[in-house]
Each structure stands twice: as C-alpha cells, then as structure tokens.
Design a protein around this ligand. Structure first.
Ligand SMILES: Nc1nc2c(c(=O)[nH]1)N[C@H]1C(S)=C(S)[C@@H](COP(=O)(O)OP(=O)(O)OC[C@H]3O[C@@H](n4cnc5c(=O)[nH]c(N)nc54)[C@H](O)[C@@H]3O)O[C@H]1N2
Ligand SMILES: Nc1nc2c(c(=O)[nH]1)N[C@H]1C(S)=C(S)[C@@H](COP(=O)(O)OP(=O)(O)OC[C@H]3O[C@@H](n4cnc5c(=O)[nH]c(N)nc54)[C@H](O)[C@@H]3O)O[C@H]1N2
Ligand code: SF4
Ligand SMILES: [Mo]
Length: 708
C-alpha cells in the first residue's frame, strides 16, 4: 500500500519573521518545504533557513534521548534517571549554598518556542533563584527598559508601521539579512521597496553599507557607538522649531520640558564632528522626519548592543513623539495581538529596574535579569550567592556572549550543569546532563512573542508536522516534569501547567478579538485550527493613551536613570576622537546565531565568517586581501582571514558572531568542520550599556595585524 503525500501548513519559528510554510510530508518524512502563499502576512515568502528546517529535522547529531556525561562521553539514560540526577544535585547544592547557587541562562529560541514561554515559569519557580540570565541582555534589553520607563510595560514596544510609512529612518539594523527584529516583517525587501514605489524614502545609518543600505535611498556611515550624538542632535533640531506635531499625545506627555536643556550642546555641527554624518544632513533628516506626514525612526541591534543602547532607544522614541510619529498610521504603533499575555523569561509582569544590583560588580537588573556579561564573575567569585550550578535552556552563551573563553573556563568550575537542548554545542558540552526536547516541527506552534512585535496584527496556530518518536518530550513537558521532581527533592510544592495550547486558547478567547470579547471574529483555538494559513487582524491600530496602564497613565520622557547617560555621552566625546579600529558584528541570511551551522545546505560554499575591512585601512597596515590576520582586543585575540571590503566604513572592521565551532567541545559534525572564529572571544564584558547592563558587542576597540 502506498502512503499519501500530505500538504501541511506551519509557521516557521526560526526567526522573528514568522513566515508561513507549506510542507509536503510522506510517511512522516519531509518531502519539501516552500513558502505558504496563502499566509496573509508572509504571502509565500521564505528564506533559506526555512527550507533548512528539513536538515534540522533529519540531523543525525540531534539528540533524541537524555544523556549524561561520563568522562569524555555522553551516555544515553532514561528520562527518569536524568530527572533524578538533576533534582538530587540541584536540591543538595541549594540546601548547602542557598537557592541562588543555581543560575539559569535562557537563549534565543526559548522566545520562539511557545512551550518554553508558557512553561518556563514552572521550572523557574521550583528552582527559585534570583540568578536569571538570558540572551535579552546581549540583545534587546534597552528596548524593554525604555518601554518600561516610558510606557509602563517592558513589552509595549512601538513597531514601525512599515506598510504605511513614507519615510523610514533606520539605524543599526539590516533586515535584508536578519528578516527584521522587533519588527516582525516577512518579506521586508518587498515592503521597503513599496515605500519607495509610493514615493517615500528609506534612510539607513550604519557603519557598513549593508544589503539594506544598498536598497535604501540614502545611506550614511556612522562611527560605531556614536549614534547617541546623532540622535540627540536630531532631538535638538526638533526642539528648535515650534512643536506642532505632538497631536493626540500632547496632554499625556510628562517631562518634555526637561529634555531641551540636556540637548542644547548637541548641535548638528558638534554631533557631526563625532559621528561623521554631515551637519547639513542631520538638519535635513530632522526636517524631513517632521514634514513627512507618515514617517518613522527605527533602530535595532546596532544601536542596542552598544555603550549607549538604552539612551539610543529612548532617543528614537522621543524623536517619534516630537515629530508626531508615535501611535499614528505610518509611524510607530504598539500592536494589538490576539494573545497578549506573554510570559517573559524571568519577569512576566510589566518589568522592573534595579540599578547597581548584581552581586559581584553591581550591574543593573532590568526585567528581573542579571546582565549576561556578569555570568562568569557570578560563577567564579566566592561568597554568599555564588553560582555553583547552571541550567541552560535553548542557548549557547559560550559562543554568544562576550569573552566566551572566560565563560568557558567559568563553566568548567561548576559543581553541576544541566542543559535543555537537542544539540551538544559548545556550551551544552559542559553539561553533566542534557535533556533534548522535540524539534520545532514535532510540536504544535503558536507564536506568543512575535505576533506582539509584528507590523500587522495577525494570528496563526499550527499542528505538529512530524510525529515525534515515543520516547521524546516537548520542552513544556520537560519543564513541567523536571519542576515536579526538583520540587519533590526540595520538599516544596510545584503545580504543573496544562499543555500550551490550552493556555493559548484561553488567552485568545479572552483577548481583544476573542470569543469572550465582543469582537466579531470571536477567536478561539478551534477557529485558528480551521484557518491554518493564519488570520489577518488588520493594520496596526493606534491605541494610546488608553492602553497605558492605570499605574502609569502618562508617557514619561524624563526617567532620571536614562537621562543621566547624556552626561556620559558628553564625557565620551574625547574617547570618540581616537583613531583606532572598531569591531562590529554582521548577520548573513544563511545563518542563525550559533546554531544552524550543522545544516549542510546552509553552510555550503565559501567561508562567510571572515573579517571585513576597508581596503584603505588594509593598505595603511600593510595587509593583503585574503591574508591571515590576528585581531586583538583587551580580552584576547583570534586569527582568521581578511577580505578587502569597500562596504566597510574606514576604521571599522566586521566579524559575524556564532562561529568558531572547530576546536571546542561541541559535537556537531558539520559545524565543527567549518573554519571560522568566535568574535565573542574578543568582545569585552566591561563594554556595556551602563543604564541597562546590556552587552556592547558593537564598537569594540581592536587592532588587526597580518600574520607573518
Ligand atoms: N558579538 C555578537 N554576539 C551576539 C550577537 C551579535 O550580534 N554579536 N547577537 C546576540 C543575539 S541578538 C542573540 S539572540 C544571541 C543568541 O544567543 P543564544 O541564544 O545563547 O544562542 P543560539 O545560537 O541562539 O543557541 C540556541 C540554542 O538553542 C537550541 N534550540 C533551538 N531550538 C530549540 C528549542 O525549541 N528548544 C530548546 N530547548 N533548544 C532549542 C539550539 O540547539 C542551540 O543550541 O547571540 C547574541 N550574541
Ligand atoms: N540570518 C539571520 N537572521 C537573524 C539572525 C541571525 O543570526 N541570522 N539573528 C536573529 C536575532 S536573534 C536578532 S536579535 C536579529 C537582529 O536583527 P538586526 O538588528 O537587523 O541585525 P544585524 O544584521 O545584526 O544588524 C545590525 C546592524 O547594526 C550595524 N551596526 C553595528 N554597530 C553599529 C553602530 O554603532 N551604529 C549603527 N547605527 N549601526 C551599527 C551593523 O553593521 C549591522 O548592519 O536578527 C535575527 N535574524
Ligand atoms: S525569514 Fe525567518 S521565519 Fe521566514 S523562513 Fe526564514 S527563518 Fe523562517
Ligand atoms: Mo537576538
């Protein structure tokens, strides 16, 4: 009997673009993966990683059963044995050293997988530690902190209404490679081109002439780490003219009058002398963003993961407010998701902020997290609260966070480590026990996070594509079960949560379009199941000030802990006149942080992890194209190949992150064969955004020399 080929639909959850996929399956095997043309949001768009989901599904290196480390080997054990080893170790470490002796690091895929979002809290509760780390603090913590300070909730993040804007000023983002971030935007290229086709303009500010910059109408190089000068000068320009655009938000702004005195020094000429963008252009951009009716300013990784990340994100909000572009069509709008109730990694509520809090070096805590730059010191520094054991969930901090070598050494001193991951990567290879969850296509999916950051309100639920092997477990099952066993060992209570789809169903029914609301769509999980391509909920809808929480009825522009950074910016002006090389990162469409380099179809072809450098810089240092070079920072050095690249700003070099699998402990057969170094072996834990504690992986001072 021949079995049928089925066509199933499923949203891709590898990156924030949440593209719909059309997957052909036969005998529980994938035949093909294409874009789902009927997805009203992604309209058939797909990138090479979407197709590579098949490689992930079929990867022989993917763990399907728990393993424990015995000497240099990982041996298969049962789930029961694995849970018991973990519970015994965690309970005994916590009994001796206290609950905070266990640290948790949650990586990026934990926000893409709804099971870890809905059920992470159960595990956290039974572990009960304050030592929570996540990839947020090497990524978007400045956005969260600014939203918390200004709008009263860390996830009330205004998103560019890209489909209706006529002017987009974009800083430190390369959506043509990243597919958009804190701007869920499938097929961003078509949407950016549409701005131009309707007569609008796209302006990119970036130290590299990126793929996105090449598509833009105008691109300006900026010296890494100096965006605050540019943005404060824009605010200065906007405040020089009468503020005629404040619109419906004017009565709800608090602290506007405090801003002008702080930015008076930031004239266009002064900012230009530091950041490199011509003063006339700064003035023109200020005029254009005010005079264009539908305009928006947006900034992402390049302006968050730098030393003034929080101030930059604050300034972007202020620019949108002053130019009349917040909460209006074509500006920046907080989406209205069908399921609003996301639970974050460490802090599910509106957020919080405690300066000077971390144990060893007094780093700030935003959103209930300790910045990941502090992870190694919290492990290696003795005293009350020292971390003796780590739990990593869907992460690879040894390649992803600054001074990876230092963290690697710190992990070797741990008494016990456990990882929830299906790969033995550079980090999980240090674990005593690894618990592997099912792969993404083996469980159902609802995107609880990225619908909330989407440029259009949409909603979509999909069933599993592949039936997993009996012995395997989903992330949410692992969290429920592990939490119970740990709680039992600690003699405390733990209540397992119902499966994620039940939590989602309830959230959707009680949400703004739900069956329990008076909305005509009367959404429920059953309705979503009947519409596997997703349901369009319309363009972004302005909703301020009504959506501000009652405890935070104003838009607060003058939080002291953010404004204080303006003084630091002024003091940094001298340092910014130095002529040394600065290192920045980059992303490539065929890559996904550190963890998809085991896909043969993604890594085939020429090496993509080498250093980019401007040919003039190479000439003055006597370096030849394709030579081996040593790149050194205050932290360490790496050796790789250099490519002469005209797209780099003078004085700036670029290395992607997430490489450097060879020669480390990870066991991924394809990834470990590829050449490449980890740029986080030379990024620096002391370079941070002082306000949020977020890592500043962009703008790292380095030297580059040819190897002789
Ligand atoms: N220098 C520099 N460093 C950076 C960046 C940069 O631009 N420059 N970018 C930063 C950013 S934005 C981020 S988000 C971080 C990412 O940093 P991390 O989150 O620490 O690392 P990833 O490479 O995303 O590792 C993801 C791991 O999760 C596993 N995984 C995948 N799916 C699942 C799942 O469904 N369940 C479970 N349990 N595990 C899963 C994978 O096997 C992999 O081991 O890197 C950061 N580091
Ligand atoms: N293909 C692919 N897609 C991804 C990922 C991936 O690894 N690969 N990772 C995903 C994740 S976790 C995230 S968070 C998003 C990130 O999404 P984006 O923020 O769009 O990602 P990047 O490509 O890192 O863009 C950052 C840009 O900032 C520039 N830059 C560096 N320093 C500065 C500076 O000081 N000032 C300014 N103005 N610009 C600067 C860099 O040159 C770069 O072009 O991408 C997601 N999508
Ligand atoms: S753009 Fe992102 S969501 Fe779309 S197919 Fe590629 S990885 Fe998946
Ligand atoms: Mo990220």
């Amino acid at each position: 009997m021949t079995s049928e080929t089925k066509t199933v639909y499923r949203a891709c959850n590898l990156c924030e673009a949440i593209c719909g996929l059309e997957i052909k399956v036969k005998d529980n095997n994938i035949i093909s993966i294409k874009g789902d043309k009927k997805d009203p949001f992604s309209r058939g768009h797909i990138c090479p990683k979407g197709t590579a989901l098949q490689d992930l599904q079929e990867d022989p290196d993917r763990l399907k059963f728990p393993v424990k480390k015995v000497g240099e080997d990982f041996l298969q054990i049962t789930w029961e044995e694995a849970y018991q080893i973990i519970a015994d170790n965690i309970a005994s470490i916590q009994a001796i050293h206290g609950n905070n002796a266990v640290g948790i690091y949650a990586g990026n895929p934990s926000v893409h997988n709804y099971g870890t979002m809905t059920h992470g809290s159960v595990l956290r509760k039974s572990i009960g530690t304050k030592n929570n780390f996540s990839a947020s603090s090497i990524d978007q913590l400045p956005h969260q902190l600014v939203s918390y300070a200004m709008y009263g909730h860390q996830f009330m993040i205004p998103i560019p209404d890209i489909d209706h804007t006529d002017y987009m000023l974009m800083l430190g983002a390369n959506p043509l490679a990243s597919n958009g971030s804190l701007m869920t935007v499938p097929d961003v290229k078509a949407r950016l081109k549409a701005i131009q086709e309707r007569g609008g303009k796209v302006i990119v500010i970036d130290p590299r002439k990126t793929e996105t910059a090449k598509l833009a109408d105008e691109h300006f190089f900026i010296k890494p780490g100096t965006d605050a000068f540019f943005l404060l000068a824009l605010i200065h320009q906007l405040l020089c003219d009468p503020l005629e655009n404040l619109g419906h938000l004017e009565p709800h702004l608090e602290g506007l009058e405090d801003i002008l005195p702080l930015v008076t020094d930031f004239t266009a000429d002064y900012a230009s002398s530091i950041c490199g963008i011509p003063a006339t252009k700064i003035k023109t951009i200020a005029k254009e963003i005010t005079l264009t009716k539908r305009a928006v300013c947006y900034g992402r990784m390049g302006v968050s993961t730098q030393i003034h990340g929080t101030l930059c994100q604050w300034a972007i909000q202020v620019i949108n407010i002053l130019a009349g572009n917040l909460d209006v069509r074509g500006g920046a709008i907080v989406p209205t998701p069908a399921f609003a109730n996301i639970s974050s990694n460490a802090e599910s509520g509106p957020g919080n902020y405690i300066p000077g809090r971390s144990r060893v070096s007094g780093k700030p805590m935003a959103g209930g997290e300790i910045p990941c730059v502090s992870m190694a010191e919290e492990i290696t520094t003795p005293g009350e609260g020292q971390i003796k054991s780590m739990v990593t969930i869907a992460g690879n901090p040894i390649l992803s966070t600054p001074d990876g070598r230092g963290l690697e050494e710190a992990f070797q001193t741990l008494d016990f480590m456990v990882s929830i991951d299906f790969y033995i990567n550079e980090t999980t290879a240090h674990a005593d026990v690894i618990l592997p969850p099912t792969s993404t296509l083996e469980h159902d999916h609802y995107d609880v996070v990225f619908n909330r950051f989407a440029v259009r309100d949409v909603t979509r639920y999909n069933e599993p594509v592949i039936i997993p092997e009996d012995s395997t477990k989903h992330d949410w099952e692992i969290m429920n079960e592990l939490a119970s066993v740990i709680a039992k060992a600690k003699d405390i209570d733990s209540q397992p949560l119902p499966p994620p789809h039940q939590i989602i169903d309830r959230g959707i029914q009680y949400g703004p379009y739900g069956a329990k609301s008076d909305h005509d769509l009367a959404l429920s999980l059953a309705k979503l199941k009947a519409n596997p391509h997703g349901i369009d909920l319309g363009p972004l809808k302005p909703g301020l000030p009504q959506r501000l929480a009652s405890h935070h009825p104003k838009i607060i522009l003058n939080s002291a802990y953010i404004l204080e950074d303006i003084e630091r910016v002024k003091r940094s002006a001298d340092a910014n006149t130095s002529k040394g090389l600065l290192l920045i990162g980059r992303r490539h469409i065929r890559s996904n942080n550190s963890w998809m380099h085991n896909s043969k179809r993604l890594v085939k072809g020429k090496m993509r992890s080498h250093l980019f450098m401007n040919p003039e810089d190479m000439k003055s240092l006597g370096i030849n194209d394709r030579a081996k070079v040593e790149i050194s920072s205050a932290v360490g050095s790496v050796i790789t190949e250099v490519e002469a690249n005209e797209d780099m700003m003078l004085g700036v070099v670029s290395l992607p992150h997430g490489w450097g699998h060879k020669g480390r402990r990870g066991r991924l057969s394809t990834a470990t064969e590829k050449d490449g170094v980890s740029c986080n072996d030379i990024t620096d834990t002391t370079l941070i955004d002082a306000v949020s504690g977020n890592a500043a992986v962009n703008g790292v001072p380095v030297t580059v020399s040819a190897l002789v």
